[in-house]
Design a protein around this ligand. Structure first.
Ligand code: ATP
Length: 387
């Protein structure tokens, strides 16, 4: 068992003009699991990884492995291996020499033992046939395997991966994703994996830590982040297409229901109605209503069914489903529907959603007021349900 702990870690870059806070009070723990750092470009993912590896100094805070403070330790004394997106292989060496490089320079193992270890690692990555080849003769996927092998051979306590699959084509990427996942699970090695690809994060992570502007927004298992996002940023970042988020005013509709009236130019659109016991809001509040595209249903003709009318702008056929881009007033929203539902541009349709699928966010702070899963886990919101 290896526990990597980041405790209020901050990184500030100072130059003549300004101070840039790349990572701000970041606290995170990873223990025998694969934690993915996910976020948009420039949010501080690589800086965080480089601080863990010791390639970047820490301005404030503490990094430890199993309680041992490594914040200021030289990279070679941290028992950490890192794999970069651009592989970082030595082009003048063979595959075998690349994989064995770390052993040769940091241990006094005899040559025969080093060779045996190189072969063992090469077989783990299915590249034992390539050991005598020049690195320059390899494909992208093979180079990536060599880089992974080179990192693994030293049996590190912590494994760091910075967008390791970014330069591979889609098919290889998906294969390597599965392989890496299996390997990590087999070796049970504490791993921090950086990506901006939500699919990679969702499929591989034990836990995802979402970063924005150097600040962790939420760290939780993929299902939890998707079902119960902490705020609008997380809700928007995970999901393809992203969650529709629309401003609305809360109106009591009868004594037991709230209606969420879209705050648009004409505003005669009620986006959804929710039992009052299931929404921690009051009449007159302004909120942001979140509607997952896959939770929306559309019917071809406006009917008296619950919901609101919208105009079809364009449809994107995906094979296994269909993305329908809809227009309500000046706003666009997206629905994911069965591939057999193919309305034409200009069609008027009725859009509806089950009340239990509705997300609500605070319009000032962006914090989540209500998410379906969260709601189910908090029976106090729903006095009518048995606990
Ligand atoms: P990407 O996905 O594009 O690689 P990232 O999330 O890994 O982005 P970082 O590379 O960690 O982001 O950068 C975080 C912030 O720190 C950015 O605003 C970047 O401009 C800034 N930054 C990174 N390195 C330096 C540096 N050496 N000097 C000054 N600012 C830096």
């Amino acid at each position: 068992m290896v526990e990597l702990k980041l405790d209020h870690v901050t990184k500030r870059y100072d130059d003549a003009q300004e101070t840039e806070t790349a990572v701000n009070e970041l606290s995170l723990t990873a223990e025998d699991e694969l934690v993915v750092l996910l976020g948009p470009s420039g949010c501080g993912k690589t800086t965080t990884l480089r601080m863990i590896a010791g390639l970047e100094s820490v301005t404030d805070g503490r990094i430890s492995i199993d309680g041992r403070d490594i914040t200021s330790l030289h990279p070679s004394n941290r028992s950490i291996a890192m794999v970069f997106q651009d592989y970082g292989l030595y082009t003048t060496m063979s595959v075998g020499e690349n994989i064995g490089y770390g052993l040769k320079h940091s241990t006094d193992l005899p040559a025969a033992e080093r060779r045996a270890r190189v072969e063992e690692v090469a077989s783990m990555f299915d590249i034992e046939e390539l050991l005598d080849r020049e690195v320059t003769e390899l494909s992208g996927g093979q180079k990536q395997r060599v880089a992974l092998g080179r990192a693994m051979i030293r049996d590190p306590d912590v494994f760091l991966l910075d967008e390791p699959l970014a330069s591979l084509d889609a098919k290889l990427r998906s294969e390597m994703r599965t392989e890496l996942q299996q390997l990590q699970a087999e070796m049970d090695i504490t791993t921090v994996y950086v990506t901006h690809d939500q699919k990679e994060a969702m499929t591989m992570a034990d836990r995802i830590a979402i970063l924005n502007d150097g600040v962790i927004q939420q760290a939780a298992p993929p299902e939890e982040i998707y079902d119960d996002p902490a705020n609008r940023f997380v809700a928007d970042f995970l999901g393809n297409p992203p969650m529709n988020q629309l401003p609305a005013v809360v109106e009591p509709a009868g004594s037991e229901t709230y209606a969420f009236r879209y705050q648009g130019e004409h505003s005669n659109i009620v986006l959804a109605t929710v039992p009052q016991t299931r929404a921690d809001v009051s009449g007159g509040d302004t909120v942001v209503v979140g509607l997952r595209p896959e939770a929306l249903a559309i019917t071809p003709h406006p009917t008296d069914r619950n919901g609101f009318d919208a105009t079809v702008a364009v449809t994107e056929y995906q094979g296994n489903d269909n993305f329908v881009h809809l227009q309500i007033e000046e706003r666009e929203l997206t629905a994911v529907v069965l591939p057999t539902t193919q309305p034409a541009p200009g069609d008027r349709v009725r859009v509806s959603i089950e009340p239990e699928e509705i997300y609500l966010f605070d319009s000032d702070t962006g914090e989540t007021i209500r998410s379906p899963k969260h709601q189910d886990e908090k029976p106090s919101y729903d006095s009518g349900r048995p606990i």
